[in-house]
Ligand binder design. Structure first.
Ligand code: NAD
Length: 352
C-alpha cells in the first residue's frame, strides 16, 4: 500500500468485506485537516480489484483538493463498492456498506457517485448518519446538478472576463459537450445570458430539446472540438482534452463541468502554450459538493450556497491571475493553492 503509485499519505484506507451480502468495499480517507473526508461512493464492476484501489486513492485525493479550493470545512474521502458478480440483494449490500461507513466513525461522509441511486442512499442512511446528498429529510439538498451548472456558468464568466476582457456573454459562441443534468442546465444559463450554443450529445432527445428551447446548433460528437467557438465546455465524460483533440480545439477558453477533463496532466501546459485558458475542473465544478456541504451543516441555507459560489468565482480569478504572473499552467497554481489550503486548520467561518 505505502508504495502504491497513487498513495499520497492518505490518512486511512479501510477495506471492508461482508461475506453474507457479498460486500467488498474500500473507503479511502485522504485528508481530514479541514474537516471530515467527504466524497461520493462509486458502485462499479471492476475487472481487477487493484483498479478499485487505484480509483479510491485517486478520487479521495481529488476530493481533498476540490473541497479545499471550494473553501469548505471538509477534507477528502471517497469510497468504492465492487459490484458483486451474479445475483445479489441490493438493499442488504447497501445496508452492510452503511455499517462500514459507520465503522469509520465520522471521519468519512458519503454521498452519491456513479452507480449509486437515491434509494441506495436511503438504505445507507438506515445504518449511519454520515451521509449527505439525500433527497428527503430536514436538511436534504437533493440533486446537486443545478448548483454545479450555476458554478460552471459563473466560472465561464470569470474566464471570459479574464481572457477576453468582456463583462457579458452576449453574442459569444459556447460549445457544450454533453447535455445531461449539468450540461443542459448550463445551456439554460448561457442562453439566458445571450450566448449562441453549439451542442452535442449521444442522446437525440436532449439535442432536439436544446434546439427547440435554446435555438442551439447541433453537431456530431466528434465535431464539437473543432467548431468555431469562444468557449468549449466539456460536460460529458473525462479525458475530453487529449493529444488528439487539443490540436483541433478552436476555442480560447476550456471551462466545463466534467471531472478529469485532461487526458493527461501535461495537457494543462499544452493548453497554455496554445493560448487556451483552462479552468481547472475541480475548481469550476465544485458547485455540487458545495450543495452537499450545505446539507452536512445540518440546515440547508441557500444564501450560504450562494456565498460559496462567489468564493468559487474569486478562487478561479486568483488561479488565472497567478498563472499569468508566473507563466505556468493554471493547474500548477490550483494544485499548489489546494495543498496550502489543505495544510490550514479548519477555517474560522462556520458552515452555518
Ligand atoms: P449526466 O450523465 O447526466 O450527463 C452526461 C451527458 O453526456 C449525457 O447526456 C450523455 O448522453 C452525454 N454523453 C455521454 N457520452 C458522450 C459523448 N461521447 N459525446 C457527447 N455527449 C456524451 O452527468 P452529469 O451529472 O450532467 O455530469 C456531467 C459531468 O460533470 C460528469 O463528468 C460528472 O462527473 C461531472 N460532474 C457532475 C456534477 C453534478 O453535480 N452532477 C458535479 C461535479 C462534476
Amino acid at each position: 500500500m505505502f508504495d502504491h503509485p497513487d498513495f499520497d499519505d492518505h490518512e486511512g484506507v479501510h477495506v471492508f468485506r461482508d461475506a453474507k451480502t457479498g460486500l467488498r468495499a474500500i473507503i479511502a480517507v485522504h485528508n481530514t485537516n479541514r474537516g471530515p473526508g467527504a466524497g461520493g461512493t462509486r458502485f462499479w464492476s471492476y475487472a481487477d480489484p487493484k483498479d478499485a484501489m487505484t480509483d479510491a486513492l485517486r478520487l479521495s485525493k481529488a476530493m481533498s483538493f476540490k473541497n479545499a479550493m471550494a473553501g469548505l470545512e471538509l477534507g477528502g474521502g471517497k469510497a468504492v463498492i465492487l459490484r458483486p458478480e451474479g445475483d445479489f440483494d441490493r438493499d442488504a449490500l447497501f445496508a452492510a456498506y452503511g455499517r462500514a461507513v459507520e465503522a469509520v466513525g465520522g471521519r468519512y461522509i458519503t454521498a452519491e457517485d456513479v452507480g449509486v441511486s437515491p434509494s441506495d442512499m436511503r438504505v445507507i442512511k438506515t445504518q449511519t448518519d454520515h451521509v449527505a446528498g439525500l433527497d428527503e429529510g430536514p436538511a436534504a439538498s437533493g440533486d446537486p446538478s443545478p448548483v454545479t451548472a450555476d458554478g460552471v456558468f459563473r466560472g465561464i464568466k470569470v474566464a471570459v472576463r479574464h481572457a477576453m476582457g468582456l463583462e457579458s456573454l452576449k453574442g459569444l459562441r459556447v460549445a457544450v459537450q454533453g447535455l445531461g443534468h449539468v450540461g443542459y442546465g448550463l445551456c439554460g444559463h448561457l442562453h439566458e445570458a445571450g450566448a449562441h450554443l453549439i451542442v452535442t450529445d449521444i442522446n437525440e432527445t436532449v439535442l432536439a430539446q436544446a434546439k427547440q428551447e435554446f435555438g442551439a446548433v447541433v453537431v456530431e460528437p466528434d465535431e464539437i472540438y473543432s467548431v468555431a467557438a469562444d468557449v468549449f465546455a466539456p460536460c460529458a465524460l473525462g479525458g475530453a482534452v487529449s493529444e488528439v483533440t487539443l490540436p483541433t480545439i478552436r476555442a480560447s477558453i476550456i471551462a466545463g463541468a466534467a471531472n478529469n477533463q485532461l487526458a493527461t496532466p501535461e495537457m494543462a501546459e499544452a493548453c497554455r502554450q496554445r493560448g487556451i485558458l483552462y479552468a481547472p475542473d475541480y475548481v469550476i465544478n465544485a458547485g455540487g459538493i458545495i450543495n452537499v456541504a450545505a446539507e452536512v451543516s445540518g440546515a440547508y441555507d441557500l444564501n450560504w450556497v450562494s456565498k460559496k459560489l462567489e468564493g468559487l468565482e474569486n478562487t478561479l480569478k486568483l488561479v488565472f491571475e497567478r498563472a499569468d504572473e508566473q507563466g505556468v499552467a493554471t493547474t500548477v497554481i490550483a494544485d499548489a493553492m489546494a495543498r496550502e489550503r489543505m495544510a490550514e486548520k479548519r477555517p474560522s467561518e462556520g458552515l452555518g
